[in-house]
Write a new protein. Structure first.
Length: 598
C-alpha cells in the first residue's frame, strides 16, 4: 500500500519552473497533477526564477497573498522581488517566481560565505554558475521567511540539480527547520566526463572526482552539487545508473530512486495511435517522395523509417554507434538482397542555416505534379468506372487524355535531378560537421545502390518547418523504430515517449530507463523496447549488436511489428506517474522523519 503524504506543505524548487531549459521542466510539469492529488493545491508551491521574456503563456501573475505582504517588502529591500501566481500547466499549481536581478550585487558575498562554510571554490566560475547560485541563495531566504509564516507546519522542500543547491545550503547553514530533499538528474562531472569520450563506468571507481572537476574547469558546480547531496536530509537520483554515478562522484548513495514518468492520460490509446501512425507515416512518405524520386525510384511500400532524436551529443547519445551500425546494416542488406529500404532520420538540432535550394525546388515540382493530378482526378475516376462497367481493358490511353499525358511528362522531366539526394536537409554553418563527416566515412551517401538512406534533419521539429511540417511526437508516430543507443543517459525520455505513442524503440543498459525496464519481464522476440547491453562493451561490439537488431527488425512481418508496438505501449503504461509518484512521497516522508518536529 502506498504511503500517504505527511508534509503540511511541499515546496518544489527548480531553475526550470516556468523556464524550459532541458528535461527537468518535462519531469516537473508531467508529474504535477499527481503531486497535487497527493497534497492538494493549497499545500504545494513551485518555486523558480522570474524572466520577463519567458513568462508569457507560462505564468499568470496574481496579487500577493496577505500573509506574504511583510516578507515581500522585507525581501524587496534586499533586491529580491517575488511574483506570485500559477503555472499554466495541468493542475495550475501555485507558483512563486523570484526576480533576482537586483540581488546580483550580493554575488561576491554569497561566494565568500559558501567558500568559508562549505569549501566551494568559485574563483574560476562564470555567470552560468553565478546566476543560479545567487537565485538559489535568494530562494533559501524566501523559504526561511515562509517557515516563519507557518511555524506549526511540517514543511518539505525538494531541490532539483546543482542549480538549486545553494538554496538548500543556505537553509542548512542557517539552521532553518525544514526537511530537505535533493535530486540530481545527472551529475555535472559524469556528464562532462562522458561527453569528453572518457569511459565513465569503466573508471568510475578510480577517479579522484575533485581533481577531475578542476581538470575540466567545473569545480564550482561540482562542489556545490556535492555539498547539496551530502547535506540534504534525503538524497535522490532518477535512476539506478545515476545512483552509481552519485555514489562514486558525489560520495553518497541515493536514499530513494525517483524514476521519471509520463502523464499517460495525455497520450493516445493504441487504436488512436495506430490511426495516427498511418496518417503521419504517409505525410513522411510524401516528403520522402520529393526527397528521393527526382534521383531514382524508391518503393514506398517497402520503406521502414528508423530515427534517432535528441541533443547534439555525438558520443553520449550514441550517434557514433548509430552511424556505424547503419553502415553495417547497409552492407548486410545488400549482401542478403533484402528488398526493403531503411530511411534513417537523425533528428538532432545543429547550427543550421537555410533549407537546401534543390530540396525546395523538388518540393515545388512535386506539388505541381500533385496539383495537376488532383485537377484531373474526377475525370480519371469516371473513365476508370466506365471502362470497368464496359468490361474494357484499363490502359493508360483509356484513362488519361493526351493533353494531360503531355503536360505531366514535361513536369516529370522538370522534376528530375542529377546526383544523389542530400545527406542533410539544411546547409550547416559548421563545414566540418562531425555527423556529415562520419556518414561520408561510413559510405552512407544516399546513392541508389544503398538500401539504407540517411537524412540529417538539423532543426527542431516544430510542425511548421517547411518540409515535414510535423512536430516531434508526430514524427515519432509516423516512424517504425526509434534508435537511442546512448552511452550516457541518466534516464532517457525518448524511448518512453516513443512507447507511449505506440512506436518501438531501442535503448541501452547505460540509460536509466533501459535499466529500469530490464527488471520487467519482456517478450524476447517482440519486447517493444529493445535493451542493448552496452555496459562494459566496446563501441564495435555495441555497433554489431545494434546492426543485428536493426536487421532483425527490418525483416519482421507486419504482424511482428504491430506486436512490438503493442508491447512498447504496454511498457510505457508502467511508467505512468500515477504509479511512480509514490517514490516522491516516500522521499518526502523520509525527509520528514529526519527532523524533530516536536
Amino acid at each position: 500500500m502506498s504511503e500517504k503524504a505527511n508534509a503540511d506543505i511541499l515546496l518544489e524548487v527548480s531553475w526550470e519552473v516556468c523556464n524550459k531549459v532541458g528535461g527537468i521542466n518535462t519531469v516537473i510539469k508531467s508529474k504535477t497533477p499527481r503531486i497535487l492529488e497527493q497534497y492538494g493545491d493549497k499545500k504545494y508551491i513551485a518555486i523558480g526564477p522570474y524572466f520577463a521574456n519567458k513568462v508569457a503563456g507560462e505564468f499568470e501573475e496574481l496579487p500577493h497573498p496577505k500573509t506574504f505582504h511583510k516578507i515581500c517588502n522585507d525581501l524587496e529591500k534586499e533586491g529580491i522581488k517575488l511574483h506570485f501566481g500559477k503555472w499554466l500547466i495541468k493542475g495550475e499549481p501555485k507558483t512563486i517566481l523570484l526576480d533576482f536581478q537586483d540581488y546580483l550585487k550580493a554575488g561576491d558575498q554569497i561566494k565568500k560565505e559558501l567558500w568559508e562554510k562549505n569549501g566551494i571554490d568559485s574563483l574560476r566560475s562564470g555567470s552560468d554558475y553565478g546566476d543560479p547560485l545567487i537565485w538559489g541563495y535568494a530562494v533559501g531566504k524566501v523559504i526561511q521567511k515562509i517557515t516563519t509564516i507557518f511555524p506549526d507546519k511540517k514543511l518539505v522542500a525538494q531541490f532539483h540539480e546543482w542549480l538549486a543547491g545553494s538554496a538548500l545550503l543556505y537553509l542548512k547553514n542557517n539552521n532553518v527547520k525544514i526537511s530537505t530533499v535533493f535530486t540530481t538528474h545527472a551529475t555535472i562531472l559524469g556528464r562532462t566526463l562522458a561527453s569528453s569520450n572518457v569511459d565513465l563506468y569503466k573508471y568510475i571507481k578510480k577517479f579522484d572526482p575533485t581533481k577531475e572537476a578542476y581538470n575540466y574547469g567545473i569545480e564550482a558546480k561540482f562542489l556545490l552539487e556535492k555539498q547539496a547531496a551530502q547535506k540534504s536530509d534525503v538524497f535522490t537520483t532518477v535512476s539506478e545508473i545515476t545512483g552509481i554515478e552519485a555514489q562514486y562522484l558525489l560520495g553518497r548513495k541515493p536514499d530513494v530512486l525517483l524514476p521519471n514518468g509520463l502523464d499517460m492520460e495525455k497520450f493516445p490509446t493504441f487504436e488512436e495511435a495506430s490511426i495516427q501512425h498511418r496518417i503521419t507515416r504517409n505525410r513522411i512518405k510524401s516528403f520522402l517522395s520529393y526527397y528521393f524520386y527526382p534521383y531514382y525510384q524508391v518503393n514506398m511500400g517497402d520503406v521502414l523509417i528508423y530515427f534517432l532524436a535528441g541533443r547534439y551529443e555525438f558520443k553520449d547519445k550514441g550517434i557514433d554507434v548509430f552511424i556505424s551500425a547503419l553502415s553495417k546494416l547497409n552492407a548486410k542488406m545488400k549482401k542478403d538482397k533484402v528488398k526493403k529500404t531503411v530511411v534513417a532520420f537523425i533528428w538532432v538540432p545543429a547550427d543550421a542555416e537555410a533549407i537546401k535550394q534543390q530540396i525546395l525546388i523538388n518540393k515545388t515540382n512535386f506539388g505541381d505534379i500533385k496539383d495537376e493530378l488532383a485537377d484531373e482526378m474526377s475525370e480519371i475516376n469516371e473513365r476508370i468506372m466506365f471502362n470497368i462497367l464496359a468490361g474494357k481493358e484499363i490502359k493508360t490511353s483509356t484513362i488519361f487524355d493526351s493533353a494531360f499525358i503531355a503536360t505531366t511528362k514535361k513536369k516529370i522531366m522538370k522534376f528530375k535531378a542529377k546526383g544523389n539526394p542530400a545527406m542533410s536537409t539544411h546547409t550547416l554553418r559548421n563545414k566540418n560537421d562531425i555527423i556529415l563527416k562520419e556518414l561520408a566515412k561510413a559510405g552512407l551517401d544516399n546513392s541508389e545502390k544503398n538500401p539504407v538512406k540517411v537524412i540529417f534533419y538539423p532543426i527542431y521539429l516544430t510542425g511548421a518547418d517547411g518540409l515535414l511540417d510535423l512536430n516531434y511526437y508526430e514524427c515519432m508516430q509516423g516512424s517504425h523504430l526509434g534508435v537511442f543507443p546512448s552511452f550516457y543517459e541518466p534516464w532517457g525520455y525518448t524511448p518512453l515517449e516513443a512507447g507511449a505513442l505506440g512506436t518501438s524503440s531501442v535503448t541501452t543498459d547505460l540509460a536509466g530507463f533501459g535499466r529500469y525496464i530490464q527488471k520487467t519481464k519482456l517478450n524476447p522476440k517482440t519486447p517493444g523496447v529493445f535493451v542493448l547491453e552496452r555496459e562494459g562493451k566496446s563501441d564495435e561490439a555495441i555497433s554489431n549488436s545494434l546492426t543485428d537488431l536493426m536487421f532483425k527488425f527490418a525483416n519482421f512481418t507486419r504482424h511482428e511489428r504491430v506486436q512490438n508496438k503493442i508491447n512498447a505501449k504496454a511498457i510505457a503504461a508502467k511508467a505512468d506517474w500515477k504509479f511512480l509518484i509514490k517514490e516522491y512521497i516516500k522521499a518526502h516522508n523520509l525527509a520528514l522523519r529526519k527532523i524533530d518536529w516536536t
